[in-house]
Structure formats: structure tokens, C-alpha cells
Design a protein around this ligand. Structure first.
Ligand code: F3S
Length: 389
């Protein structure tokens, strides 16, 4: 792979051991994917930061990096951690888990990563522009920035996103190259999609059906940013799909030929997905916000819960800036009185629910349902808010 003089200096250790190690990770990755060169990136988003996901080995890996004195060169944000960094006791997080989680946050912060753990950084100020090259790792955010914004990123792993943040570079392959962003299979949606669960179900169905190819979706008349976020999260979780095009809605939808192979989607396909994922009628906890909720969504939930106090404990998962807004309005306290906890910095998947005695969970997100079943081994009830509450 061609390296500039500066990149060679990084690889040769002239900027210290941490930078050398980061560049080596990227060169190895570039060699695997036959990248011809490195390209500069403007931001990185680093996943795998929950103690539940990376354990002691991952924590030590990050601490070694941080102790080498290395700093990130570009704006870098972090994915959700395993707990609300302030209100973890209210969540019922075990003390040992909290201690280890804080070690991870401290290591990343020491390297200059912005300590706002969230899977939707694009909703609170970290918004790349069209065609900008970035290195993001959270799969739902990857789908959003590629598809909805038209920025370019491969689906990075935690270590490669960190290496990209440290060097400000990523290997030039995959979705950084325009022709690799062409859709290969079309989905014609013949049913009216109402609310984020429908978009999430459609995404999950596409992920199961598209066999890792980029889909072109048509028949959807309108979609909000939140609905597109949930669509991308669904297809990333069931099929690892890093981007989609939606006719008349996403910015690159007119740039390629529409694929000849068309798969029709009726409401039955979506209902089948919902039924297949659901494994429980009872729930110990209802958790909303996969991916993280926006201000608009929490405001809607607040208005709903005021008139329909929930029977179960409810978590609303979101980012720190959004939670702070509701704290300042006095709404976090009001919701707590209704048994609804606004939980920042974390989510129902990366928090250690299984260690906290939770056995079944009510969700309105296929991504959360997928990982709650497969990773946390919980029973799942998937439905619209009125159905799971
Ligand atoms: Fe975000 Fe957690 Fe879902 S990281 S996308 S809320 S699984």
C-alpha cells in the first residue's frame, strides 16, 4: 500500500509506540482489503466500550494505549458504555462493574475521545457532511451516516476506529469508493409504515433477505430522521448491511441504476418478523431507545406516560446532552415518579441486565431485540409502545 512520508513516520515509530501500533493495525487492515492508499478522515466513532462487551482484556488494551501517551488527531466520540456514568446506582448496576466501566471511560478520555457515550452522535453535534470520509464503528450510526447523510465510512471495529482516530487515517477501500456504494437488490414496500417499529421491522426483514448486499428501497413516501435511524439499525443487526438507498429520500438514491431483482414487502413480512423475534408475553423491564432517543421522542413519551402511567419499570435510553436538557426542565424527576428512568450513556443491550436479575424485556426495536436474545439471553416482547407497556 502506498504510504505518504508522514504515514511512514507514524509506522516507523517516530511519533511513539501508540501511533506506531495504531498505524500497524490500519496497514494490516488495508492489506487484507487490498487498499491502494490511506485517506484522511475528519472524525471517528469508537465502539466496544462497555465493560460487558470487552471485559478485562479489552480494558487493559485501552489502558495500554492510553498509558503510552497517545492522543487522537481527529474528533472522536464513543459508543454507549455499560451504565449511566452519573446515575448508575439508580439503574442497579453492580459496584464492581461500575469501577471497571469507569476505567474504560478514563482511558478513552485520556486519549482525547469525547466522553459522550452514544450511538447517535449525529443527533447532537457530530454531523459529517456529504462525501466526507470518516471512520465510524457503531453499526446503526454507520448505516445512518452512509445512507442518510451521504458521508463515507466502512463498518469499523472498535480497535480500527480507535487506530483511525489516533492517526487521522483509514485505508481507502469499501464504501469510501463511490462505485462500491451501488445498490444490488431492490425492495418494493407495498405497506404503509407507521412509526419507528415498522421501520425497524422493515430494516430487519431487509437484513435477513438482502444477503449483505446494499438495498434500494422504494414505495416509502416519507420518513423522519428517527425512522431512518431505526431502519438502518434493523438491517445492520440482522444482516450487517452498512448502507441503504431510499427512493427520493436519501441523497445518493439517484446516482445508480435501480437493481433488476425486486423483492416485494407486504405487512405480512413485517408481522412475521415481529412474531419470530417475540419470545415472551411478560416483561420485567420496558426499554426504549435503541438507537438512542432524540429530544422529540422523549417529549412524546413524557406526554404519553403522564396520561398512561406504566405498570412496569421503564428505561428511556438516550445521550447525555438530551438527558441534561430534560433534567434542566425538571422532567427527569417527574418521569422518575412515574417509574420511568431516563438513562444516558448506555442502553439495554450493553448494560449488564442479566447480572441485575432481569429475565424478560419489552422493546420496540428489532436491533435491541436481536441482541437482547442472542447476547444477553433475555426473553423478549417486541411491539409498539401501547403493546409492551
Ligand atoms: Fe445504540 Fe445500544 Fe441499540 S448502542 S443502537 S441503543 S444496541
Amino acid at each position: 500500500m502506498y504510504l505518504t512520508k508522514e504515514e511512514e513516520r507514524m509506522l516507523n515509530g517516530e511519533y511513539g509506540k501508540g501511533v506506531e501500533k495504531a498505524m500497524r493495525i490500519l496497514v494490516t487492515l488495508g492489506d487484507i482489503y487490498n487498499a491502494e492508499k490511506m485517506i484522511p478522515i475528519s472524525s471517528a466513532q469508537i465502539s466496544g466500550i462497555s465493560y460487558k462487551s470487552i471485559g478485562d482484556a479489552g480494558t487493559e488494551f485501552l489502558e495500554d494505549f492510553a498509558n503510552s501517551g497517545v492522543k487522537v488527531r481527529v474528533t472522536a466520540t464513543m459508543n454507549p458504555a455499560g451504565m449511566d456514568l452519573e446515575d448508575w446506582k439508580k439503574m442497579g448496576i453492580p459496584e464492581d462493574f461500575a469501577k471497571n466501566q469507569l476505567r474504560i471511560i478514563n482511558a478513552l478520555t485520556k486519549m482525547g475521545v469525547i466522553p459522550i457515550p452514544s450511538c447517535t452522535p449525529y443527533f447532537h453535534g457530530f454531523y459529517p457532511r456529504f462525501n466526507e470520509h470518516v471512520a465510524w464503528a457503531e453499526s446503526s450510526a454507520v448505516a445512518f451516516v452512509n445512507s442518510v447523510i451521504g458521508a463515507r465510512t466502512n463498518r469499523e471495529g472498535g480497535p480500527s476506529a480507535l487506530a483511525a482516530a489516533i492517526t487521522g487515517r483509514t485505508p481507502y477501500y469499501g464504501l469510501h469508493i463511490k462505485e462500491n456504494r451501488a445498490p444490488k437488490v431492490a425492495f418494493k414496500v407495498n405497506t404503509n409504515l407507521v412509526g419507528i417499529l415498522d421501520f425497524s421491522l422493515l430494516g430487519y426483514f431487509i437484513g435477513l433477505t438482502a444477503k449483505k448486499e446494499i438495498p434500494f428501497i422504494y414505495g416509502v413516501k416519507e420518513a423522519s430522521a428517527e425512522e431512518l435511524r431505526s431502519l438502518g439499525a434493523g438491517m445492520a443487526s440482522s444482516g450487517g448491511i452498512p448502507m441503504f438507498h431510499m427512493d427520493n429520500i436519501t441523497p445518493e438514491s439517484k446516482d445508480f441504476e435501480v437493481p433488476g431483482e425486486v423483492i416485494e414487502v407486504e405487512s405480512k413480512e413485517l408481522e412475521d418478523v415481529r412474531e419470530k423475534i417475540t419470545t415472551s408475553e411478560d416483561v420485567d423491564l420496558v426499554a426504549l431507545g435503541c438507537p438512542h432517543l432524540t429530544i422529540k421522542e422523549i417529549m412524546n413519551y413524557y406526554n404519553f406516560f403522564k396520561n398512561h402511567p406504566p405498570k412496569h419499570k421503564v428505561w428511556l435510553c438516550t445521550s447525555r446532552p438530551v438527558k441534561e436538557f430534560f433534567k434542566n426542565q425538571g422532567i427527569v424527576i417527574e418521569l422518575e415518579k412515574l417509574n420511568v428512568l431516563v438513562v444516558a450513556d448506555t442502553c439495554m443491550v450493553v448494560a449488564p441486565l442479566e447480572e441485575m436479575g432481569i429475565k424478560s424485556i419489552g422493546l420496540d426495536s428489532t436491533k435491541a431485540a436481536h441482541y437482547s436474545r442472542n447476547l444477553s439471553k433475555l426473553k423478549v416482547k417486541l411491539g409498539k409502545l401501547e403493546e409492551i407497556i
